[in-house]
Design a protein around this ligand. Structure first.
Ligand SMILES: O=C[C@H](O)[C@H](O)COP(=O)(O)O
Ligand SMILES: C=C(OP(=O)(O)O)C(=O)O
Length: 467
């Protein structure tokens, strides 16, 4: 950055200010065995080009402002943990196609623009409940994502390796490059709505529903063309990327200040979020996030208090700027209806317009009899339904969803379209961390959420107090 040609010779004052997090306790950071090696890797990253640019982050911030105002819907999705080995054309293609299909379903039903963010091109680090993992009498450090160590259960693989931060940057670059090519090079053209389903199971109920919708979109496009509307704008998709800003050494190394505006950005992604385990008001993550100008999000788990939410609002969105802050609620199906109303009311009473988004995955994780970590599709759906119900009752906007998904036909979550049975979990259980929705389950969720939006009716048909 710095006027687009960025000068790596010295940190600007704003970049130095963005280092203030170092004086605070940083939760969930790896114990890097070699501090000199870490410094040498981050020094290399400081000299590397940014992955995203300020104008793109500002554009996403404007799109998120539309979500906050109830004029758009957010769809964010991708792997729980991206892996270096999973950085393949097919893998990236599959996730992108799934997200584009879900977005088409939601746009059609909600009659609102869908802001699309991949949980992609940077989601390589994981916070963990336990620092160590025990297997057959052997204890090793937990897997913390490919950015830190390897999944294989050996001492060598589990040793944190700072060189992995460089690999994270490279894998993110590769992914983002393909995503940019696919979303702007014709593949995301709405006239390809049928082609996005190619290679996926089309003979299920969900597949049939999708084909019907795609026919309808085709007919609408033909109608628009016949009326003389220029549909070329539908030839590309606006697509952003985001990940949990967990590894602060990595994020700090990619933080840049734009010379012209003096604004400081995390340039590893358009949007970063703070996880449930690192949102301590006095901690390093909140401090770092308070210094960057990207649109940001914070996860809110089942024990979140209204005071914490107000504290986060003051620290991260002091100007009450719509689009700046998103709260991603992941309370669990059993808690969402009790927890959310007070939080929304408190924020509203502050006059703040944040985006409210549902992550129906992380509060609904259970262990199956087979020992697999899994999630029931019904619980996921119930949390989304509870989230929408609460917003309906309060007259606020259910801004969208943030989900862990893949385009692959994995068997990690139970139920949903083409129901996966608990006994089938071992068939294709491929996640490096938490269970993801497969392609059919993802589309199924999109159709069901679409129905909820449709039942609410178009925005301008709702009484003004309910918009
Ligand atoms: O994705 C979120 C967390 O990293 C994950 O749920 C942690 O899993 P754990 O509880 O097995 O450590
Ligand atoms: C760790 C995650 O979620 P949470 O912080 O909500 O547990 C995640 O989304 O990867």
């Amino acid at each position: 950055m710095r006027n687009s040609i960025w000068d790596p010779t010295a940190k600007t004052a704003a970049e130095s200010a963005a280092e203030s997090w170092r004086a605070r306790p940083a939760a969930q950071q790896p114990e890097w065995p070699d501090a000199d090696e870490l410094r040498s890797v981050t020094a290399g990253l400081e000299k590397s080009p940014p992955l995203v640019f300020a104008a793109e982050c500002d554009l996403l911030r404007r799109r998120m402002a539309a979500v906050a105002r109830g004029e758009a819907v957010l769809l964010q999705g991708g792997d729980c943990a991206e892996t270096f080995a999973g950085t393949t054309t097919d893998g990236i293609h599959g996730k992108l196609k799934t997200l584009l299909q879900m977005a088409a379903v939601l746009t059609h039903a909600a009659a609102l623009p869908v802001v699309k963010i991949g949980r992609m091109a940077g989601q390589y680090a994981k916070p963990r409940s336990q620092n160590q993992e025990h297997r057959d009498g052997v204890t090793l450090p937990s897997y913390r994502g490919d950015a830190v160590n390897g999944l294989e259960f050996t001492a060598a693989s589990r040793r944190p390796d700072p060189q992995r931060l460089r690999k994270m940057y490279e894998a993110s670059t590769t992914t983002l490059n393909l995503v940019r090519a696919l979303t702007t090079g014709g593949f995301a053209d709405l006239s390809q709505v049928h082609a996005w389903n190619r290679g996926f199971v089309a003979d299920s109920h969900v597949g049939e529903q999708y084909e019907e919708l795609a026919d309808e979109i085709d007919r609408s496009l033909a109608f628009m063309k016949a009326c003389g509307v220029d549909t070329r704008e539908l030839g590309t998709a606006e697509f952003f990327v985001g990940h949990e800003g967990l590894l602060l050494d990595y994020e700090a190394a990619l933080t840049r200040t734009e010379a012209e505006s003096g604004r400081t950005y995390a340039t590893s992604a358009h949007l970063l979020w703070i996880g449930e385990r690192t949102r301590d008001l006095d901690g390093a993550h909140v401090e770092y996030f308070s210094r960057i100008d990207n649109p940001i999000a914070v996860k809110l788990g089942p024990t979140t208090s209204p005071d914490t939410v107000l504290g986060l609002l003051d620290r991260l969105d002091p100007d009450r700027d719509p689009g700046r802050l998103t709260f991603v609620v992941r309370a669990g199906a059993e808690r969402i209806r009790d927890l959310l109303p007070t939080l929304v009311e408190k924020v509203n009473a502050e006059g703040a317009q944040v985006c409210w988004v549902s992550d129906p995955m992380h509060g609904n994780t259970i262990t199956a009899a087979s020992g697999h970590k899994t999630r029931r599709f019904d619980a996921i759906l119930d949390e989304v339904r509870g989230f929408v119900e609460v917003h309906d009752a309060l007259g606020s906007h259910p801004g969208g969803i943030h989900v862990e998904l893949t385009g692959d036909d994995v068997t990690e979550c139970v139920g949903g379209g083409n129901a996966v049975l608990a006994e089938e979990l071992h068939h294709r259980y491929e996640t490096a961390c938490d269970p993801r929705l497969n392609h059919t389950q993802s589309l199924d969720l999109a159709f069901r959420l679409a129905r909820m939006y449709r039942e609410r009716g178009p925005v301008n048909a709702r009484p003004r107090s309910l918009r």
